[in-house]
Design a protein around this ligand. Structure first.
Ligand SMILES: Cc1ncc(COP(=O)(O)O)c(C=O)c1O
Length: 395
């Protein structure tokens, strides 16, 4: 487990909510700004029926997968999918692990543009015995996806590459890829005969003027080589329910995932609850509008506070975090100096950030700040505390 993750769990548990200097965790990517919108649904009687607490299709009940098709068409841009192209498993992590297992072989690689979600390494390398091959995007383009960098990483990879894994909206920069960037990346991967995993887990957490368009709506009809991942974890703030979705038009891939779905299946009660929720499109549409407004405000206030603290941020319009450039505060440009700064902020400001090393950046000095795990006022207060630590650094 990454150090920042362990510190968060430990300090969160020990912190006194009434202490003004209490621990503030801005490291874990969760949306806790929406509970009041969801709470009435969670605490209302569920009208549960007996069939939903028994054995069912381990890849997701027919009712839930049918509801997902309508929801995905209306909100994710997955047009013309059908319930048989959907599998439901315990979170996006389980989907990615299972997909890699099914498509790859031990010893093969999955190409991942960085900076990136740290969990891919655990998802792909632990049980699947595959290797994540990073393609480090460049800071002078704000790490935008570049097929030349993909090509260079592909060509110099020590292992044969099986798939390209793209996260859009991008983790942890919060950018939305343009259609052209997505097209280029898919075209490049196809020219190399790779499968493409499109992780769109932040698809609905958008708050700027750039609309998010799923790569599925850019494809000319069903594709055998592009597989889509989404989950309730981020856009619905339900990371603990463990519900991830795979959409693929490749029948062999779906059949193989189904064979092992039993080991990662989702509770029938949860499927019943979520099916009822997403079948209610009036609720979903209103929820999404409010959720986005809250993200927009928190994002804006966080970015302003960071800039005032002298920390440049990468412009973003999606996700739950901003990537700050702390390079100017490092005593030297090294991973050890980044770790030392992260540790000082944790110990002196009592604020936990995600160090860039955990996002597998190509260079030290960046840290990610989640703006949706605490109310904006708390985030602003935490950034003020960080500013005091930064001011005391001799440079
Ligand atoms: C980009 C990305 N993919 C996958 C996951 C894992 O999602 P889940 O909790 O649904 O397994 C996360 C969680 O932080 C993420 O940020």
């Amino acid at each position: 487990m990454d150090e920042y993750f362990a510190e968060d769990a430990q300090r969160q548990g020990a912190s006194d909510p009434n202490d003004p200097e209490r621990f503030v965790g801005l490291a874990i990517a969760e949306n806790k700004l929406v509970w009041d919108l969801l709470e009435p649904r969670f605490n209302a009687p569920r009208g549960i029926e007996q069939w939903s607490i028994g054995y069912d299709d381990f890849a997701g009940s027919q009712r839930f997968r049918t509801a997902i098709v309508s929801f995905a068409a209306a909100h994710l841009g997955y047009h013309d999918s059908d319930p048989d192209s959907i599998v439901v498993l315990a979170g996006a992590g389980t989907i990615l692990e299972t997909l890699s297992y099914v498509i790859g072989d031990p010893g093969e690689g999955i190409l991942v543009p960085t900076p990136s979600y740290a969990g891919y390494w655990a998802d792909i390398e632990t049980r699947d015995a595959m290797t994540v091959v990073p393609a480090h995007m460049e800071p002078d383009t704000d790490f935008r996806l570049d097929t030349d960098v993909l090509e260079a990483a592909y060509t110099s990879s020590p292992v044969p590459i099986r798939a390209l894994l793209i996260t859009n909206p991008v983790y942890p920069t919060g950018q939305i890829l343009t259609n052209k960037e997505v097209d280029h990346a898919i075209g490049w991967a196809r020219s190399r005969g790779l499968h493409i995993f499109m992780n769109e887990i932040y698809a609905l957490s958008t708050f700027g003027n750039t609309p998010f368009i799923s790569a599925r709506s850019l494809l000319d009809g069903p594709a055998q080589d592009v597989h889509f991942v989404w989950a309730f974890s981020k856009d619905f703030g339900m990371s603990g329910l463990r519900v991830g979705i795979l959409q693929s038009d490749n029948e062999s891939v779906i059949a193989a995932v189904r064979e092992i779905a039993y080991w990662g299946s989702v509770s029938g009660d949860t499927q019943h609850f979520l099916a009822s929720l997403i079948e209610d499109d009036v609720f979903v549409t209103a929820y999404l509008a409010k959720m986005r407004l809250r993200l927009k405000e928190s994002h804006q206030r966080t970015s302003v506070a960071m800039k005032q603290a002298g920390i440049p941020v990468i412009d973003s319009n999606a996700g739950l975090f901003v990537l700050g450039d702390f390079r100017g505060f490092l005593t030297e440009q090294s991973w050890q100096a980044e770790h030392n700064l992260w540790r000082r902020i944790l110990d002196e400001a009592n604020v936990n950030l995600t160090p860039g090393a955990s996002c597998h950046l190509g260079m030290p000095g960046y840290m990610r700040v989640c703006f949706a795990r605490e109310p904006a006022t708390t985030v602003e207060g935490a950034i003020e505390r960080i500013a005091q630590v930064l001011d005391s650094i001799e440079r």
